[in-house]
Design a protein around this ligand. Sequence first.
Ligand code: KG4
Ligand code: ZN
Length: 348
Amino acid sequence: MIILAIETSCDETAVAVARFQRRKLEVLSNVVASQIKLHQRFGGVVPQLAARAHLHNLPTVLARAVKTAKVNPAQIDYLAFTQGPGLIPALLVGVNAARALGLAWDKPLLPINHLEGHIYANRLEKTGGKTYDLAPIHYPALALIVSGGHTQLVLMEAPGKLRIIGETLDDAAGEAFDKVAKILGLDYPGGPLLEKLAVRARADRFAFPRPMLNSKDFNFSFSGLKTAVLYEKMRYVTLTPKMKADFAASFQAAAVNVLVHKTLRAAEKFGAKEIMLGGGVAANRMLLKTLVRSSEERAVAADIYYPPKNLTTDNALMIAVAAHFNLAAGKKPISWREAKAQSNLRLK
Ligand code: KG4
Ligand code: ZN
């Protein structure tokens, strides 16, 4: 079975072609055109600019993905596309491309939730340069999605049965990393730069708050933490490089602490057999290291999964993988006529 997937929910224009054979996946192509440079000077993604860039880039990204894959349209079984959540002007470009291809090539369409893409990217276990095994999921499983737009704890009770049990009440985790990075004078997106800066710095120099650490629910809040960093920084006229690094490390420790603590508490409560990390912030090695160490300390009997590093941030291969799992769970494809974008799409 061959799936061509399109992703344009935020600031990456992406198309992938993947061949699935039972538990095996061969990546025929995986093309991502990043718009980071375009949005950098604004310190965040500008939706209208993102849409224009998708419109400009998608035909060439698509052509390259199809050419690299060496497939002709007749060999493609399904067209998967990101339906939401995301920026509506950006989503519309990808959805419309999927509709046009569905009509022109007479193919069934699979609308995919972007966050499921981040979740199922966990199942990829590399076996060769372009081949992966798809690890079966042991239910109940718990996914922590931490991206620039979302922070959610998702309980997976059975194939295709996903339920949000907690989420951020204000900023997403990645957004908080980016905003704190900006406060420290780093470029956008600041998450990876902040992590680098924090290596070998003192994480206990500033005692930043751990918002909602002990609340009984599984929700998060990061905006107060960001403000605490801002106020602390305003106490100094200039920051030495050492202090800046300590700021980064102390913030990262607070954010990671809350994310890990709540995830493990949820894993304990729901008896999760697995914990999966997904979304851009899953690339953060301190988050992974802390999750592994704390789960051992607390004797949480869940296996920890995380996506291959190059597939943590937005890409279309994860959308193809999610489409595969959706089909396996019995989800029915739709016609191009029914394909819609939904910016606030929720997992259910
Ligand atoms: O999943 P993603 O590519 O896009 C969304 O769907 O939002 O996530 C991007 C986010 C950005 O906020 C970026 O700063 C953050 O992921 N990020 C990181 C790291 N790598 C990416 N945050 C912390 N540490 C990292 N190493
Ligand atoms: Zn994403």
